[in-house]
Design a protein around this ligand. Structure first.
Ligand code: C2E
Ligand code: CA
Ligand code: CA
Length: 745
C-alpha cells in the first residue's frame, strides 16, 4: 500500500468513527474547544480559521486564540486555561522559537494536557524524534501538507486525545481526593474534599464534566443531639456549584435541583430525570444525596453501573475506618509495618524540593533471599525480613525513613552523614535471627544524593535502582552512587532495539506460557502467552524493558504477529495431544491495533492453522482502549464477531471511564495483581470485590492475576472470581514444561 493510500484510509477511518456516540448528543450548551494559533504569518491565522470554520467535535464548537510570536504566546498561556490545542509555527523570532515554546509549555508551565501540533514552512526541516517525544508533540506537518482535510484530521485526533487525557486525569484526581480526605471524613473540610472526590469520580464514570453537589441533613453531623437541625445543606460541590458548599440546599440557583435532592432524601431512592440524576447513599449512621448533572438521560446500563459503583465503593466511603485501613494497606507493608513501595515513593515525591541539601536515598538489596525462602521456607524468609527491617531502623535511628520497597529490597532516606555505605554495610556484619536459624546475609546497595536527584518519587526510585543494579554487577564494591551518566542513553536504547531486531530475525525469541486455573475446581482452563528474550548468558531480558522498545520502534507489529502464530501453533499441538478445552491469551499492543491489516492477520492465522477462533483470547490494556477508543472498539467488535475472545488486562489500574467499558465488546476482565495483593488486608479487598461485582453485572468472566498465596486464592474464590493465574499455581514456563505440567494428574 502506498503512503497516499494509507493517508486516505486514515481519513476515512476518522470520519467514519464518529465520536458522537461516545458522549451524549443531547447535552446542554458545551464549552468550546479552544485552539491557540501561534504564527508570525498573519495569513496563516486567517487560512487556518477558514479551514476549520464550522467544525464541531464531540458536539462542541471551536474557538480560536491568536498569538503572533512565541513571546506573545507565552504571555497568553500563563493566563488562559483549558486550551485544547496549540497550532505552533516552528520558526518565528528565531529558528526554533516554536520548539522553545513547546519546552516552556511542558517544563515551565507544566501543562501536560494541552496538545501541540508543530507546523513549519520549510519542507525537509523536521525536529528530532527526541523533541517530539520529550515535549509530547502530537503531530508534525509542513505547511504545504496542510490541506483542509489533513488539518481537520489532525485537529480531531488531537482534540480526542486531549479529551481522553482530561478524563483520565480527572478520574485519577477523584480517587486521590477520596483517599486524602478519608482520614477525617466527618470533619468539615474533609467532608468537602471527600464529596468533591465522589463527584469527580462519578462524573468520570459517566464520562461527563464534574458538576454537582453532595447534600445531607445537618442534624446527623452535629454533636449536640438535643437541637437537631433537620434542614438540608450542601456538604461538598464540584464545578459551578463550588460556591454553595456549606449553604442551605434552598440557596442553590435552581429550585428544580433542590427539589430533586429533597425527594431523593425523603423517598430514600435514586431519582433519574432527563438531564439530572440524584443518587441516594446511606449507611447505618447517615444518609446523603448526590446530585449530578448527567447532561443526558441515563440508560439502564449506566444506572446498573452506577449502582454497583455506589453499592460497593459508595457505602464504603462513609466508613472512616475503612479508608484509614485502605490507605494503610496502600502505603504500608503488612509484614514489617514499614512504608511499602507506594509509601516510599510518596516520601520521595518532595525529595528534591523539600529535603535538605545533604539528604541521600539508598536501596539495600539482600543477596540470595529467594534461596532462603525456597530452602528454609517462607516463614523463615519472613522472619529474616523482619530482623533486617528492625536492625536497619535501629542502626539508622529515628531521623531516617526505612521502607520495604519490594520483597527483598529496603529503601532508606536520611542525611549523608548517617546513610553511608559503611554504616549500611555494618548492618550485615553479624548474622540475623530467623526462627531457629542464624543467617549470615550480605547485601548490595545503591545511593543517590540530593544534588544528583531529579524528578518526582518514581523517577528518583528508578535512579537509585540504576545505581543498585550497577552495584550488583560490580564484583569489588558492594555499593554504587547514582550519576546521570549511568542512565541508558538514547544510543544504548537504539543498540538494544538493533539487537532485538537481530535476535528476532534469528528466531531467538521464545514464547512461554503461564497456566490459568478455574478457582472452583483448579482445573487448567487456558494459559497466557508471554514473550521471553534470552540475554545470551542464561538469563532473560524483562518484557517490561524490551516491550516498550519494541513498541517504540514498531517491531512489536511483527513480533506480535509471530507470538500469535507461535502460540496458536503450540496450542494446536496440545489439542492433538488430547488437551482439547484450552484457550490461549495473547497480549496485543496499541501499535498492532494501529497497523493496517491487523484484523486480517489474526483471522488469516487462525484459518491457516485451522484453529477455532474461540480458543484465542486477545488481551488488551485499558491504555490501549483509551488511546483511540473508536478504532479499538470497532476492531474488537469485528474480531469478536469472528468468534475471537477479548479480555481487558491489568483492569483497575487505568481507572478508565466505565462508559467506555460498557461499549467494549469483551469476554473477560483480568484483575490487576495490585488489587489481588491488596486482598491480604480484609478491608483492602474492596476494589477487587467491586471489579468482580462489575464483571458479574456485565456478564463477563473475571480472572485474577498474580495470585501468590493460598489466602489470596481463597479470598478471590469467595468473592466470586472465576479464574486465577499466578506463581501460587505456576510460573510462566517454556512449552515443553507446559506439556509436563498439564500431564500431571
Ligand atoms: P501482563 O500481561 O500483565 O502479564 C502478567 C505478568 O505478571 C507476567 O510478567 C507474569 O510473569 C507476571 N506474573 C504472573 N503471576 C505472577 C505472580 O504470582 N506474582 C508476580 N509478581 N508476577 C506474576 P512478564 O512475563 O514479565 O510480562 C510483563 C509484561 O510484558 C506483560 O504483563 C505484558 O504486558 C508484556 N508482554 C509479555 N509478552 C508480551 C507479548 O507477547 N506482547 C505484548 N504486546 N506484550 C507482552
Ligand atoms: Ca496480559
Ligand atoms: Ca496483566
Amino acid at each position: 500500500m502506498t503512503a497516499d493510500n494509507q493517508e486516505m484510509d486514515n481519513d476515512e477511518l476518522l470520519f467514519f468513527a464518529d465520536d458522537e456516540e461516545l458522549v451524549g448528543s443531547d447535552g446542554p450548551e458545551l464549552e468550546k474547544w479552544r485552539i491557540l494559533i501561534v504564527d508570525d504569518d498573519h495569513e496563516i491565522h486567517a487560512v487556518t480559521q477558514l479551514a476549520l470554520n464550522g467544525l464541531t467535535i464531540f458536539d462542541r464548537d471551536i474557538a480560536f486564540l491568536h498569538a503572533y510570536s512565541a513571546d506573545e504566546a507565552k504571555e497568553l498561556l500563563q493566563h488562559e486555561q483549558d486550551i485544547a490545542i496549540v497550532l505552533l509555527d516552528v520558526v518565528m523570532e528565531n529558528d526554533d522559537a516554536g520548539l522553545q515554546l513547546a519546552r516552556y509549555i511542558r517544563d515551565d508551565l507544566k501543562q501536560d494536557e494541552v496538545r501541540i501540533i508543530l507546523r513549519t514552512g520549510q519542507p525537509g526541516y523536521a525536529p528530532e524524534e527526541q523533541v517530539i517525544k520529550d515535549y509530547d508533540i502530537n503531530d508534525y506537518k509542513t505547511k504545504t501538507e496542510l490541506t483542509r482535510n489533513r488539518l481537520v484530521t489532525s485537529i480531531i485526533t488531537a482534540v480526542r486525545s486531549y479529551h481522553q487525557i482530561r478524563m483520565l486525569n480527572q478520574s485519577r484526581r477523584g480517587l486521590e481526593m477520596i483517599i486524602k480526605s478519608s482520614a477525617n471524613l466527618m470533619e468539615h473540610h474533609a467532608m468537602k474534599g471527600f464529596a468533591e472526590g465522589v463527584l469527580t469520580q462519578l462524573a468520570s464514570v459517566l464520562g461527563v464534566e464534574p458538576e454537582g453537589v453532595l447534600c445531607a441533613r445537618r442534624g446527623q453531623f452535629s454533636s449536640e443531639e438535643d437541637t437537631p437541625d433537620n434542614s438540608i445543606y450542601v456538604l461538598g460541590a464540584a464545578g459551578d456549584f463550588a460556591p454553595f458548599v456549606n449553604q442551605p440546599l434552598q440557596d442553590l440557583p435552581s429550585q428544580h435541583i433542590a427539589n430533586l435532592v429533597e425527594s431523593c432524601l425523603n423517598e430514600k431512592a435514586h431519582q433519574y430525570e432527563q438531564d439530572d440524576t440524584a443518587l441516594f447513599i446511606a449507611s447505618s449512621d447517615y444518609e446523603a444525596a448526590i446530585y449530578i448533572d448527567s447532561a443526558r438521560p441515563l440508560a439502564q446500563i449506566d444506572r446498573n453501573l452506577l449502582e454497583v459503583f455506589l453499592g460497593n465503593i459508595g457505602v464504603g466511603y462513609e466508613n472512616v475506618s475503612l479508608f484509614q485501613r485502605l490507605q494503610h494497606a496502600a502505603y504500608t507493608d503488612e509484614l514489617t509495618r514499614l512504608p511499602n513501595r507506594a509509601g516510599f515513593i510518596q516520601c520521595l515525591d518532595g525529595f528534591i524540593t523539600t529535603a535538605g541539601k545533604d539528604q541521600v536515598v539508598a536501596l539495600v538489596d539482600l543477596n540470595q533471599f529467594s534461596d532462603i525462602n525456597d530452602g528454609l521456607g517462607q516463614e523463615a524468609g519472613n522472619q529474616l525480613l523482619k530482623a533486617v527491617a528492625e536492625r536497619l531502623s535501629q542502626t539508622l535511628g529515628e531521623s531516617c525513613t526505612v521502607a520495604r520497597v519490594s520483597s527483598d529490597v529496603f529503601g532508606i532516606i536520611g542525611s549523608e552523614q548517617i546513610v553511608t555505605p559503611d554504616r549500611l554495610l555494618s548492618v550485615f556484619n553479624h548474622p540475623f535471627h530467623a526462627g531457629e536459624h542464624m543467617l549470615p546475609i550480605k547485601a548490595a546497595m545503591g545511593f543517590c544524593c540530593q544534588p544528583q536527584a531529579s524528578g518526582r518519587g518514581l523517577d528518583l526510585l528508578k535512579q537509585v535502582y540504576i545505581a543498585l543494579n550497577l552495584a550488583k554487577k560490580n564484583l569489588s564494591e558492594k555499593y554504587a552512587y547514582y550519576e546521570q551518566s549511568l542512565e541508558t542513553s538514547t544510543s544504548d536504547r537504539l543498540n538494544m532495539i538493533r539487537s532485538l531486531r537481530h535476535d528476532f530475525s534469528e528466531r531467538r525469541l521464545q514464547v512461554w506460557y503461564q497456566p490459568q486455573l478455574s478457582l472452583a475446581n483448579l482445573k487448567v482452563s487456558g494459559m497466557e502467552a508471554l514473550l521471553r528474550w534470552p540475554d545470551g548468558e542464561g538469563g532473560y531480558i524483562s518484557p517490561a524493558v524490551f516491550i516498550p522498545l519494541a513498541e517504540y520502534s514498531g517491531l512489536i507489529v511483527d513480533i506480535g504477529a509471530w507470538v500469535l502464530e507461535e502460540s496458536l501453533r503450540q496450542l494446536k499441538e496440545l489439542q492433538e495431544q488430547g488437551f482439547e478445552e484450552l484457550t490461549v491469551g495473547v497480549n496485543v499492543s496499541m501499535q498492532q491495533f494501529r497497523s493496517v491489516g491487523f484484523l486480517d492477520s489474526v483471522i488469516n492465522t487462525l484459518a491457516q492453522l485451522e484453529m477455532a477462533p474461540a480458543c484465542l483470547e486477545l488481551e488488551i490494556t485499558e491504555s490501549v482502549v483509551m488511546d483511540d477508543p473508536a478504532v479499538v472498539i470497532d476492531t474488537l467488535g469485528k474480531l469478536r464477531a469472528a468468534g475471537v475472545k477479548v479480555s481487558i488486562d491489568d483492569f483497575g489500574t487505568g481507572f478508565s471511564s466505565l462508559s467506555y467499558l460498557q461499549q467494549l465488546p469483551l469476554d473477560r476482565i483480568k484483575i490487576d495483581r495490585a488489587f489481588v495483593t491488596a486482598v491480604d488486608d480484609a478491608q483492602g479487598a474492596i476494589i477487587a470485590e467491586t471489579i468482580v461485582a462489575l464483571g458479574k453485572k456485565l456478564k463477563l468472566t473475571t480472572v485474577c492475576e498474580g495470585v501468590e498465596t493460598e489466602a489470596q486464592a481463597a479470598h478471590m474464590r469467595q468473592i466470586g472470581c472465576d479464574e486465577a493465574q499466578g506463581f501460587l499455581y505456576a510460573r510462566p514456563m517454556p512449552f515443553a514444561d507446559l506439556v509436563n505440567f498439564l500431564s500431571k494428574p
